[in-house]
Design a protein around this ligand. Sequence first.
Ligand SMILES: [Zn+2]
Ligand SMILES: [Zn+2]
Length: 405
Amino acid sequence: MSAIDKHRFPSVHKGIVRAALMALDAGFPDAARHFTPTDREILIEHAADPDLPGDRHQGRGLHYYNAVDPYGKPFARHPVMLGYCNGLHQPAPSPLSVLDSEYRTALALACAGRRAAAMDSLTRALHMLADTCCPPHTCSLTYFSRYARMHKRYEATAAELFWISPDADACAKPWAMRAQGFVPYPAYTDLLRPAKLTSAGEYEAGKFAELCNALARTGGKELPAVIGEDETARIRSIEKRLTLSVAHCTALLAAFARDVHDKELPIWREQTPYWLSTVSGRQTVSRSPLYLHFQQDGTCILTAGSGESLAVTMLRTVRFLRSTENTLVSAGAVTNFRFGMEPLLTLYPSGDQQTKVVCSFDSLRQKFSLTAVNRLTGSFSVPQTYAGLTLRTECPQQTEFLYAQ
Ligand SMILES: [Zn+2]
Ligand SMILES: [Zn+2]
């Protein structure tokens, strides 16, 4: 169990999805029928894509959802998104924001009849859920910290425990059986519930944030097993967390099969006007409806009813074609960003994490000018009426969240 070679075995992500599909067959036959053999092949084969170099979700620190530091000290949640930050101390993109946006994208694509693309998005959502179940990913044991060795050791052991035979189904079976009794399906209802502003003026976490936060916090309890030298404790921890991961992925698959048939859900529809409205529902941010056009890579193009469009190309470069009253307008500087489809309208860097932003958000009643580019990195998110910015300081623990309202 001492080999620290990530590449000796296939990615455990593929194994987790394979086992989750088996647990789905056993416990949720109606939901299981939704997934054709081709669907299953895509889900399994592409499960590890977000880790591949050059992938749109690959990137230093983006697969971390750190609830605690390596000493177990809790981090604060982002005050508006109410989730934890990624390995770069930014609220997005993170496993939470990607899980949320890819799940919604998968539903939208499936409703538009684009099955293969939907499965590609769904498996990305599963990947992020599985990463959130993995303690090194929620306890700040990043690859670029002095804990990299412990992180790699934990995952290498997980791969060794999982891939015990050349027959992938035989490897997955015991994990599917372990997970079967613990699938938290009831918790996977109302998944599209966004964060909302309460009457007390506080934000209440959305459903995905609630699920991810709980998983990330329990990951903190595994710290001694991950960092320590007790191999038996580590193996026990891995068995527990892998089972948890399979159980949660099974629940997400079952939820997807249910949600895709729910006509009442606010699923983005292609060619359907989408209005960005405020959390409270009292205001409308966008005067003209925005039409969404889904791209194969999961990004989308937003077009205003009046014809102007805010394009996100396949290169994931946001081009502001024309400034309109209600759309994002660039100040003519760097626009190397892609659109997230979170309920929080989020722009985040594509590729170059150091890219600086200069942009402003014009809406019916608000104008956000974000021009202090110096130490600004990370995300610009507009959870409907609020803008959240991350300002990185010298000490990452003191990263501040700035707001414009
Ligand atoms: Zn990952
Ligand atoms: Zn990892």
